[in-house]
Design a binder for this molecule. Structure first.
Ligand code: FES
Length: 621
């Protein structure tokens, strides 16, 4: 039995009394009981992301790490409780400095900025940088956030608005930008819109930036509907195991549980996928799981806590099987087939010229095996979806990256016509490719359709990492040759990408890896073989760069090696081999215009050659 306490405290200047669980987090209390959603849940209760920063007893505090019993007699301030002047200075500065992108992290940074300025009304950049350590941003980049805090501090110290500060700086330096300022701004109804009107060549503040900065533009997890139920997923306990039985009786009898869905409840196609329908929304009894993010059941209950408690009561009997974790083994005859068509998802081969002859005649050859790791997108907003019946149709609020793809997939799962599934994109708190595949949308839509009630399903940070696809780890066997003058003559590449349990867009990623294996260089003879391979690891799919980053690492490393062997200057070698008009790419396409590799190299020449340490990172594709 949870300990219940009476707690008295002040919230945004108002006296509050709360009788409830002593170990409830302040984050949950504020978001669920007080309906204050400006503070976000990015990792609760891990205190790792800073999205839930508030002020407790005058100090910036992470609300997910504070239990309600610690709040007794305390004073809590959220963005809503800030003095209007402070709120305006901070929000306007974040907008003007371009310190907001997806905005999921921004309210946390805004509260952190307030604490920094309280401690020192004239903070310097180093001080700000240090104080921002508990807060993470995945999309904006920290410099603009630092600029915003510097700008807000200046406005507050000068007793001016951010707009006045910018106009003043414009007057004193009409041709240059005001300090820390990103946008060409002046006040209008939208606050900080272009002073010259909008149009090509004008900088505009990001749409909804001020609302985002203040935490006023809802993300899916901030939304709720009357009578809304909450779902939680039962994931497979093993990457590869036959599901012998699934006992949901104990879970079903927990008070507050509305219904538990399993694979047999799905009215339409159980398999989904952006290109190949190989990914089951739920795994059925008698089937073999393929990774630890496979879903066996979906519990829907009155609230999330009950749903999660019920998930723990689901009993599964497995026949545990050895997982296939190495793509090389997956391709061997000894490996079990993880999918009906085997473990090779795709193969791309590109051959041009006589590679063997070029290698025999080469002056220098670089050969190496390069491995890149699996990478998590680490968007700040974990996946969340709400589905509800509305006027005979199903309305779905998705934070995915393709609402039409979502709709097509959901209609198939539910056996509905597409026109009866309305998907509204709620701009997400970061995706970077990691939200292209369906995760919780299928389960929320199924539950809402069958229960005819609004259902929300939200993943925890751990579940999010467990479920969604990552960047492919790729092993690349590279052989690159050049002549005695440093002209590239041949490239041989054997590329194996671990696409994990499901295809996602793995075949396209490995196709791109092959197509970009020669980077932005002209190499007349190539022999490239690129494979996407199924394993029981986490699925891999889209992420910025899409296979190109990986092969660029291998190729540029080989080029550095060739330069060392032949004593070539590293910038010049790249410039001499860069693609130009009239050249053909590795895939045989002739460049007829718009090839910027040499211009790019020229632009970075000085910095590259004068770099204090190793050089500068420069990936060309
Ligand atoms: Fe910071 Fe997106 S703006 S995480």
């Amino acid at each position: 039995m949870q300990k219940e306490l009476l707690m008295k405290f002040t919230l945004n200047g108002q006296k509050k009394e709360y009788t409830g669980q002593a170990d409830l987090t302040l984050l949950k209390y504020l978001r669920e009981h007080e309906k204050i959603t400006s503070l976000k849940n990015g990792c609760s209760p891990q205190a790792s992301c800073g999205c839930c920063t508030i002020e407790l007893n005058g100090k910036a505090t992470l609300a997910c790490a504070i239990k309600m019993e610690k709040v007794a007699e305390g004073e809590i301030v959220t963005i809503e409780g800030l003095a209007q002047r402070t709120k305006d200075a901070l929000a306007d500065a974040f907008v003007a400095a371009g310190g907001v992108q997806c905005g999921f992290c921004t309210p946390g940074f805004l509260m952190r900025g307030k604490a920094i300025i309280d401690a020192n009304p004239q903070p310097d950049r180093q001080e700000i940088r240090k104080a921002l350590t508990p807060n993470l941003c995945r999309c904006t980049g920290y410099k603009k956030i630092e600029d915003a805090i510097l700008m807000a501090a200046e406005a507050l110290k000068e007793n001016k608005t951010v707009e006045e500060l910018i106009l003043q700086a414009d007057k004193s330096e009409p041709s240059s930008k005001a300090p820390h300022r990103e946008q060409n701004t002046s006040r209008s109804e939208g606050r900080f819109r272009s002073s010259k009107g909008s149009g090509v060549g004008e900088r505009e503040p990001k749409y909804d930036a001020r609302k985002l900065a203040l935490g006023q533009r809802p993300f899916v997890s901030d939304m709720s509907f009357k009578g809304m139920l909450h779902g939680a997923l039962k994931f497979s306990d093993h990457p590869r195991a036959k599901v012998i039985s699934l006992n949901i009786e104990k879970a079903k009898s927990l008070p507050g549980v509305q219904r538990i869905f399993t694979a047999s409840d799905i009215p339409g196609d159980r398999y989904t996928g952006l290109i190949v329908p190989d990914w089951p929304v739920m795994v059925n009894i008698g089937e073999v799981t393929r990774y630890i993010g496979d879903v066996l059941a979906c519990v829907v209950a009155e609230n999330e806590d009950i749903a999660r408690e019920a998930v723990e009561l689901i009993e599964v009997q497995y026949e545990i099987l050895e997982p296939v974790t190495d793509p090389h083994f997956a391709l061997s005859e000894k490996a079990p087939a993880l999918h009906p068509k085997g473990n090779l998802l795709s193969r791309t081969a590109i051959k041009r010229g006589d590679v063997e002859k070029a290698l025999r005649e080469a002056a220098y050859i670089s050969q190496g095996t390069y491995n890149t790791q699996r990478i998590e997108h680490a968007f700040m907003e974990p996946e969340c979806c709400i589905a509800l019946p509305q006027n005979g149709q199903l309305q779905v609020y998705s934070q995915g990256q393709g609402i039409y793809e979502d709709r097509k997939a959901l209609a198939k799962i539910l056996s509905q016509i597409e026109e009866d599934v309305l998907v509204t994109l709620v701009p997400n708190g970061g995706g970077f490719g990691g939200k292209e595949d369906l995760t919780v949308q299928g389960h929320a839509a199924l539950a809402a359709l069958l229960l005819q009630k609004p259902v929300k399903i939200e993943l925890t940070r751990d579940e999010s990492i467990r479920m969604h696809p990552k960047r492919h780890p790729i092993e690349m066997d590279y052989t690159v040759a050049c002549d005695k003058n440093g002209k590239l003559t041949a490239l041989k590449a054997d590329i194996i990408g671990d696409t994990g349990a499901y295809a996602s867009v793995g075949m396209k990623v490995l196709e791109r890896a092959a197509g970009h294996a020669t980077g932005a260089y002209h190499i007349p003879a190539v022999d490239i073989d690129s494979k996407a391979v199924y394993t029981n690891n986490l699925p891999c799919g889209a992420m910025r760069g899409f296979g190109v980053n990986q092969v660029t690492f291998a190729l540029e490393s080989c080029i550095d090696d060739l330069c060392e062997q032949g004593g070539f200057e590293r910038w010049q070698f790249r410039y001499d081999n860069a693609l130009q008009e009239g050249h053909s790419t590795s895939t045989g396409q002739i460049i007829t215009g718009g090839c910027g590799a040499r211009d790019t190299l020229m632009a970075v020449k000085e910095k590259f050659q004068n770099a204090k340490y190793a050089g500068i990172a420069c990936g060309l594709k």
